[in-house]
Design a protein around this ligand. Structure first.
Ligand SMILES: Cc1ncc(COP(=O)(O)O)c(C=O)c1O
Length: 398
């Protein structure tokens, strides 16, 4: 049966990781993989996670199944974190939450729900968007289209072109948005733009599907949820896929959730039952460990405070690096303006060099980023900021 299968070309990021590992040069800089790194270049287990994990191990009395909707205590805790305790959709029972294996699982679950409700739906994603959106969403059978988003000349959002394109969509078209820390561009919508977009979405009767993978790493836990909270209050239907990989550092524990807002509590109940059915048919039940840790943190005031401080530290490190790398680049490449890096948010930015220059940066200077020049800012360290800026200057000089 399998003899006719062609091998799949591996994801270029895997090749980049392997090349970085194999590079013996001590100056090498890894800006490729999208995980948070501290100033030692490590992705540590958060201290709040360690404490919650110890308490969990001490008190857990069973490993029995959790159910297809996941851990209800986690679902409630993450719903409160994303929407806020007193959110209208929570108080009126218009929102339901299902736990999923990471943000990826939540995105796929949402896509399967859309496919169930409306098989011919088109999902409109930003240009560019996170590379995995395409396989995750189209894998469920939905077709993807693009809308303009990133303006490489300013490093910001091409809001006029974006809204003009969305204005032309038919009712019920699905629009994938990112809540904050847009991957791969770092260009986010401002609160005023979220409000303008809300009016458009209402007028055109579009279905927003919001991907929230970096709550807390942009401007703050509350600030990063601005668009999600606004849309979920003002609209009768919204999907929101949440990941705990980055803000809780739980990457491999596969922890996430899908929130679905409906017009009525009865509609929410029906949707929830469909989500449970879909989850049952894909992964049956989500892994519990990460979700139990997140619940343990959010339900315990001292642990929650400790976690919030760790999120602040991650955010401040990223923002500090953004400022400092701009300063270094200004010094070493004065002919070019990299100021946009400091105004963007989250871990990613495009350096804005071409593929040949990216490859030269890799070959001559051991600086690794994807061919489109997307770099993980958190991969920089105090000790190599200047090295990175000098290397960039040499590559730009040709
Ligand atoms: C934009 C975006 N969405 C979703 C995810 C999903 O992450 P995970 O499935 O690891 O929770 C990521 C992870 O990199 C991401 O960057």
């Amino acid at each position: 049966m399998f003899e006719r299968l062609e091998p799949v070309i591996p994801d270029p990021i895997l090749g980049l990781m392997a090349a970085f590992r194999a590079d013996p040069d001590p100056r090498k800089v890894d800006l490729g993989v999208g995980v948070y790194r501290d100033d030692r270049g490590e992705t540590p287990v958060l201290e709040s996670v360690r404490r919650a994990e110890r308490e969990l191990l001490a008190r857990q009395s069973t490993k029995s199944y959790v159910g297809s909707a996941g851990n209800p205590a986690f679902n409630e805790a993450i719903e409160r974190l994303v929407l806020g305790d007193e959110h209208e959709a929570r108080l009126t029972a218009r929102v339901r939450t299902v736990q999923a294996p990471g943000g990826c699982g939540a995105l796929r679950l949402g896509a399967e729900l859309i496919r169930t409700a409306s098989p011919d739906s088109l999902v409109h994603v930003s240009t560019p968007t996170w590379a995995n959106h395409s396989p995750l969403l189209s894998g469920s059978g939905l077709r993807l289209e693009r809308y303009p988003y990133f303006d490489p000349t300013t490093g910001g959002v091409q809001f006029g072109a974006m809204t003009a394109a969305l204005e032309r969509l038919p009712p019920r078209a699905v629009v994938l948005l990112q809540a904050s820390c847009h991957n791969p561009t770092g260009a986010d919508l401002s609160p005023a733009q979220w409000r303008e977009l809300l009016a458009l979405v209402k007028r055109r009767q579009l279905l927003p599907f919001i991907d929230m993978a970096y709550q807390g790493l942009g401007d703050g836990v509350v600030e990063d949820a601005y668009g999600v909270r606004l849309f979920c209050t003002e609209l009768s239907e919204v999907l929101c896929a949440v990941s705990c990989s980055k803000n809780f550092g739980l990457y491999r524990e596969r922890t996430g959730a899908l929130h679905v807002v409906n017009e009525t509590p009865a509609g929410a109940g029906a949707t929830f039952s469909q989500l449970v059915r879909i989850a049952r048919g894909i992964w049956s039940m989500p892994p519990d460990h990460g979700a139990a840790i997140v619940h343990g943190i959010l339900a315990d005031a001292p642990l929650r405070t400790a976690w919030a401080e760790e999120v602040v530290a991650m955010r401040q490190r990223i923002q500090g690096l953004r400022q400092e790398v701009v300063k270094q680049l200004r010094e070493h490449c004065p002919q070019r303006d990299f100021g946009f890096i400091a105004t963007q948010r989250g871990m990613f930015s495009f350096l804005g060099i071409d593929t040949a220059q990216v490859r030269e940066l890799r070959a001559r200077h051991h600086v690794y980023m994807t061919d489109d020049s997307r770099m993980n800012i958190a991969g920089l360290r105090q000790e190599n900021l200047e090295y990175f800026a000098r290397a960039t200057a040499q590559v730009l000089a040709g």
